[in-house]
Design a protein around this ligand. Structure first.
Ligand code: NAD
Length: 296
């Protein structure tokens, strides 16, 4: 049994903390919002009065927060209250620069740190099947792996500090751009009188094949489990895709990397979200394309 502090008990954090409890760990949680604390408490997380209280006896600390500024503020608040040598893991999706700064703050405080953003969404957090993309020292990774295995299925070591965040945004930039062009192909097929199933049968067995097509097809029918079959209810919300695409653009600008399709994808999702579709699944962008830029 490990004593684990869990900070940020929202949509992802609450089920992740619940899985740590199920695995037999003593989990002390904290969130700024009462409703989040109540949900976590109902699955056996004991609720601390503050983040500093939560971490004061912890072997390991996990943070699952909205963005880089929240992570930096939270870490600078609690790090001095954590035991020396504690393992501190950030599972939030944040910008690479903030992730590196968090590692630096951790090192100054004598903590062992890991950036470990996830893919798999709320469903994966609940089922304990998340993928963790990890950046930090091999020693931090080795200590974190058995803890992360209680919340996920694939725990991937990506390299030094910030490498987990880099892997996450590169992957999601591929996903965003691939989804858009898959949607464009189905919308074009409709106008050319080509059946969606026929396009699927050809592309899924040839060079147009991708996860966006075969696991998450943006039209109803060919892949019965995809969000297209249930009115584009997420799944993976368009607002979160936009967040990740913006992080990718920020990182690309920081290192002068050329990412024209990533930039275009970010712009398209910004328009889709601005049209009131931030809560829809990201594959719903097909409706925006069908409507010539005005999703119904
Ligand atoms: P959420 O908004 O539901 O939860 C974040 C929680 O952090 C909130 O309850 C908030 O009150 C709390 N919080 C903010 N500042 C805090 C602080 N200083 N101390 C303690 N608690 C604090 O968000 P979420 O959907 O759980 O996502 C969390 C992270 O995971 C984000 O970075 C997101 O991009 C990433 N992510 C989300 C999904 C998803 O499907 N929801 C998938 C992959 C990755």
């Amino acid at each position: 049994m490990t004593k684990i502090a869990f900070l940020g008990l929202g949509n992802m954090g609450a089920p992740m903390a619940a899985n740590l409890v199920k695995a037999g760990h003593a989990v002390e949680g904290f969130d700024l919002v009462d409703a989040a604390k109540t949900v976590a408490a109902s699955s056996g997380v004991s609720i601390a009065r503050s983040a500093r209280d939560a971490v004061s006896n912890a072997d390991a600390v996990v943070t699952m927060l909205p963005a880089g500024k929240h992570v930096l503020a939270s870490w600078s608040d609690f790090l001095s209250a954590a035991p020396k040598g504690a393992l501190v893991i950030d599972c939030s999706t944040i910008d690479v620069e903030s992730a590196k700064r968090a590692h630096e703050a951790g090192a100054v405080a004598g903590a062992l740190t890991l950036d470990a953003p996830v893919s798999g969404g709320v469903g994966g957090a609940t089922a304990g099947t998340l993928t963790f993309m990890c950046g930090g020292s091999p020693e931090a990774f080795a200590r974190a792996k058995p803890i992360l295995e209680n919340m996920g299925k694939r725990i991937v070591y990506c390299g030094a500090a910030g490498a987990g965040q880099a892997a996450k945004i590169c992957n999601n930039m591929i996903l965003g751009a691939t989804m858009i062009v898959t949607c464009e192909a189905f919308a074009l097929a409709e106008k050319l009188g080509l059946e969606a199933q026929a396009l699927f049968d050809v592309a899924s067995n040839s060079s147009g094949q991708s996860w966006s097509l075969t696991s998450y097809c943006p039209v109803p029918g060919p892949v019965p489990a995809s969000p297209a079959n249930r009115g584009y209810k997420p799944g993976f919300a368009a607002s979160l895709m936009l967040k990740d695409l913006k992080l990718a653009q920020e990182a690309a600008a920081g290192v002068a990397a050329l990412t024209p399709l990533g930039a275009e994808a970010a712009q398209l999702y910004a328009l889709y979200v601005a049209g009131g579709h931030g809560g829809d699944d990201f594959s719903g962008v097909i409706n925006f394309l069908r409507g010539g830029g005005a999703a119904s």
